[in-house]
Write a protein that binds this ligand. Sequence first.
Ligand SMILES: [Zn+2]
Length: 429
Amino acid sequence: MAITPQQPNQLRPLAGQGPQRISLEQIDAKSLSKDKIRDMFRQGKLPSADQIVEEILIRAIQSGANDIHFEPIEGEMQIRLGHEGTLKRLLSLPPDMNDPIISVLKSRATLNQFEKKKPQEGRYSAVYGNEALDFRVNVIPVLSGERCLVRLLRKTASISRIEELGFSKENLERLRALLRSPRGLLLVTGPSGSGKSTTVYAAVNHVASPEKCVITVEDPVEYRLPYASQVHLPPDKSFNFIDALRAILRQNPNIIMIGEIRDAETGIVAGEAALTGNLVLSTMLADDAIGAIHRLLNLGVPAYWLASTVVGIVYQLLIRKICPNCKEEYQLSSEELQMVGAPMESSDLKLFRGRGCPNCLGTGYKGRVAISEIVTISPALRDMIFQKESILTMRAEAANFGFQAIRQDAIRKALTGITTLQEITRVLG
Ligand SMILES: [Zn+2]
């Protein structure tokens, strides 16, 4: 099987090393009038769309952003950076700039320039300074033009250990036990951007060793794993996920990691791999741990198949941590006391929050940590999957085996001063 190595196709300078850096502030429609910028643009006095995109990318990389949103809104093109789940405005441009900017992004991701009526997705790699990055470019047509999201994946980021991800002591123990299973399907679920990949890589790294054969199939490869053979799905689609997985099974692996289960077909092949005596790890979109079972059933994965393969499901979200520089204690309101489930008489209960300082750009938060719930599939639960029981019935059964809902994990993280109640409400509602 051909494995296409992903070569960075461009080498770029970073901050201060490049001759042609431009000032975004000078062309921001919030500081200059749109008419003025439009005139400059028409007279060719503005930096080129290519230079503007380049500067936006450099700013995003330097500030540690995870994604960049380019969107045409009422009378302007707004560009915002996504940091740890919240958006910050970077720049506004006149609406005329939307087309040229989107065009540059499409060209870098080798998308069809002339297609403006359908969604498109592509990616490319580039090196900035010493950092290798993958850029995933997603374009959708909206009322006033096209909206583009660029996701930044840092390839040089190192793999975390499962102990470093923020799992509670109980959940870490549960995960370790699941990873000792010689075979079966272990799913890491959550919405997009919830750190699923980081967890699944850490989990593979935890079980990988020179005595075991570890093969992964990914689209694209996000981290390099020691002790593993990594199959990267080629952008030209010369072979697909199912081809790769069937071929991998013939190579006699012990542990298989699958980037993501997206449909019934990948779900079934993953199950097949688990049935043939492998420990299979994968990620999947889901709203909670038990919900993942129903999602797979709804996708069309047969119940008997699931019941005989799934060993456990991790569901996780990322929550912002209080900035250590400006952390302060405060007295809880009665509403907050109710939220943490404390009796009203314990009104002197104190919790923590960030005041906001230069270290956290005034947000009061710095860095993120996972909150999670992990369900281990007991024999009774296995039977319930087979019978396609309701989510509520399965949840009640899981609770008998010590399953704790994600909210409990989050509240515990607020009580121990890792995060705030406001942040829990933002993430969990
Ligand atoms: Zn701070």
